[in-house]
Ligand binder design. Structure first.
Ligand code: GSH
Length: 218
């Protein structure tokens, strides 16, 4: 399997499948496509005749793009990794939360883009606060329904943890508060060797995207 990703410093969508693969021991090779600095993503998409963005997974001639589609493909390909909870009701809840992360939390995502190496405390706007409150409610619901035996949302690390991983970084980087339950989960997530590896590799990247570096300054 080969995973094409964007910048480790900035690409929250890329982090999600990368983290799921690293944290669960799925073997893969990877290429970073610095799409704001060269045309490698355009070329790759043209080569395969697909309207692709990163992340994108190449496997046995197939190209799969979009973070959630890649994660679903991984869950199908490696059922033994239990990337979704085994219990159908919990699986449905995990899917609801992931779908909401994929399509929602727009204010949080747009006003506080992921930047793994910038700590810049910001007061949340009222739209962002609504997203943070919604996340607190979601975590409350996870606690009530999931009652996990392990340290992640449904026990062992899975897709739902990967999908929300960039939110953990956003809270650290912009000093945003959600709830004690979220904080507890975020600590476990940040302690994952895979998460630390991503952050370390992001630190060694030299590309800079000015729009992301200037958030809160202009
Ligand atoms: N919803 C998509 C978003 C993918 C996306 O927007 N990727 C960005 C990088 S984070 C990208 O490829 N940008 C380059 C471009 O649009 O040309 C997903 O879940 O993968």
């Amino acid at each position: 399997m080969h995973l094409y990703i964007g910048y480790k410093r900035y690409s929250s969508w890329s982090l999600r499948p990368w983290l799921a693969m690293q944290a669960t021991g799925i073997e893969f090779t990877e290429t970073v496509l610095p799409f704001d600095h060269d045309n490698s993503l355009i070329q790759l998409a043209a080569e395969h005749g697909i309207p692709a963005k990163v992340p994108m997974l190449k496997h046995e001639g197939k190209m799969i793009w979009d973070s959630l589609a890649v994660l679903e493909f991984l869950a199908d390909t490696y059922p033994e990794k239990n990337l979704w909870p085994c219990d159908p009701a919990l699986r449905a809840l995990a899917r609801s939360a992931c779908a909401e992360m994929h399509s929602g939390f727009i204010a949080l995502r747009s006003e506080h883009p992921m930047n793994c190496h910038r700590v810049f405390p910001m007061k949340p706007s009222s739209a962002v606060q609504t997203d943070l409150d919604r996340l607190a409610t979601l975590w409350q619901h996870f606690e009530k329904v999931s009652n996990p035996k392990g340290e992640f949302l449904f026990g062992e690390f899975g897709i739902v943890d990967a999908m929300f991983a960039p939110v953990a970084w956003r809270c650290i980087g912009y000093d945003l508060n959600i709830s004690p339950a979220f904080e507890h989960w975020s600590k476990s997530l940040m302690a994952l060797p895979a998460m630390q590896k991503w952050i370390g590799e992001g630190a060694r990247e030299s590309w800079r995207v000015e729009a992301s570096e200037q958030v809160g300054l202009v």
